[in-house]
Design a binder for this molecule. Structure first.
Ligand code: 0X9
Ligand code: CA
Ligand code: CA
Ligand code: CA
Ligand code: ZN
Length: 320
């Protein structure tokens, strides 16, 4: 489990219990299902939040994914913060009610539960990043954020060595976790139209907001034109003004290929951002006392992406 000093973090069992409680307390607003199983057979929980939650309404859909990387435990708390804020605030906060009534919010609170549990299994952190799939040669783990199918392995932004922390896997979507999340996203194409418009994939710990692409240094590339780049940059910059993170193109940090954000945009034209939350002097392991401060810090950025989910180009005077 987590070290006693960090008992405020949710392990996988506690996450499941919390999601069940939210569903019981807010049956009309929140519903959690499983979109599949991890390699070690843990459920990949998907929570939907909206008014009339059981109905697929004609409302812009927004997706949040957390914890592709095992040791980035603060991101699970970020997804829980989103779930709790939009359910608990509904009855009393008109701004929250407006978001919940006009949007369908999807939250995958732990994309990599096997890795998370492995990281804390001994009671001391192991700095584990990948999932727990066994590799030929005796090593374990695929970097889920190098396993997605847009430009997979194209550009030197991932490793072909199974022992590497950025191992891309034997093929795109060779991991059950990326397969399950991508199948869910593919399933949101209804009547030929992708319903999910906007997405944040939460990481730690550089205090960054990043937009596509990660596979190339070029601002503009096939599938990403100047007007789209301008809208990405504007929304990223406006979100960064609310939390003090640094806004930049993903490849300004370093080149990655097979990342989720590039797939979301490249495959589905979902306006997708990578956030790296706070770590500071603590790196991947900020003390649990900072969970509240560092998740609340992103409330306004979350509200902004929900606000523009009807039409992101609107932020630069464009239309949809
Ligand atoms: O390397 C990653 O997957 C992310 N950083 S982390 O420290 N959480 O592992 C950042 C991905 C952002 N994309 C690019 N840098 N291209
Ligand atoms: Ca503590
Ligand atoms: Ca609704
Ligand atoms: Ca819908
Ligand atoms: Zn990460």
């Amino acid at each position: 489990d987590f070290p006693p000093a960090d008992a405020g973090y949710h392990n996988f069992a506690e996450l499941g219990a919390e999601l069940r409680k939210v569903g019981t307390n807010h049956p009309g607003l929140a519903r959690t299902t499983s979109i599949g199983k991890s390699h070690e057979n843990r459920d990949l929980w998907l929570t939907k939040i909206s008014d009339n939650v059981a109905t697929d309404e004609n409302e812009p859909e927004v997706l949040f994914t957390c914890s592709q990387h095992a040791r980035e435990h603060l991101t699970v708390e970020m997804c829980l913060r989103i779930i709790n804020r939009f359910t608990e605030g509904y009855a009393t906060d008109p701004a929250i009610k407006k978001f919940v009534d006009s949007r369908e919010i999807w939250v995958v609170s732990n994309v990599n539960p096997d890795g998370s549990e492995y990281d804390i299994a001994t009671g001391s952190y192991r700095s584990w990043r990948k999932n727990r799939q066994p590799n030929a040669g005796g090593t374990f783990g695929t970097d889920l954020n190098r396993n997605w199918g847009h430009k997979w392995g194209c550009c030197g932004g991932s490793s072909g060595s199974p022992g590497s922390d950025t191992y891309r896997g034997a093929a795109a979507f060779s991991s059950p976790e990326t397969r399950a999340v991508s199948n869910f996203v593919n399933s949101r194409v209804v009547g030929g139209k992708q319903q999910i418009t906007t997405h944040i994939d939460w990481h730690t710990y550089g205090e960054l907001i990043m937009w596509p692409f990660g596979w190339t240094k070029d601002d503009i590339a096939p599938g990403l034109n100047a007007a789209e780049h301008k809208a990405f940059k504007e929304l990223g910059t406006q979100m960064a003004a609310t939390n003090g993170y640094k806004p930049q193109q993903a490849s300004d940090l370093y080149i990655t290929d097979g990342g989720v954000r590039d797939w979301m945009w490249g495959q589905h034209k979902i306006w997708s951002f990578t956030f790296e939350m706070f770590g500071g002097q603590y790196g991947f392991y900020p003390p649990d006392e900072l969970i509240g401060r560092e998740t609340t810090r992103n409330d306004k950025a979350v509200d902004l992406i929900l606000t523009y989910a009807d039409c992101v180009p609107r932020i630069v005077g464009g239309t949809c």
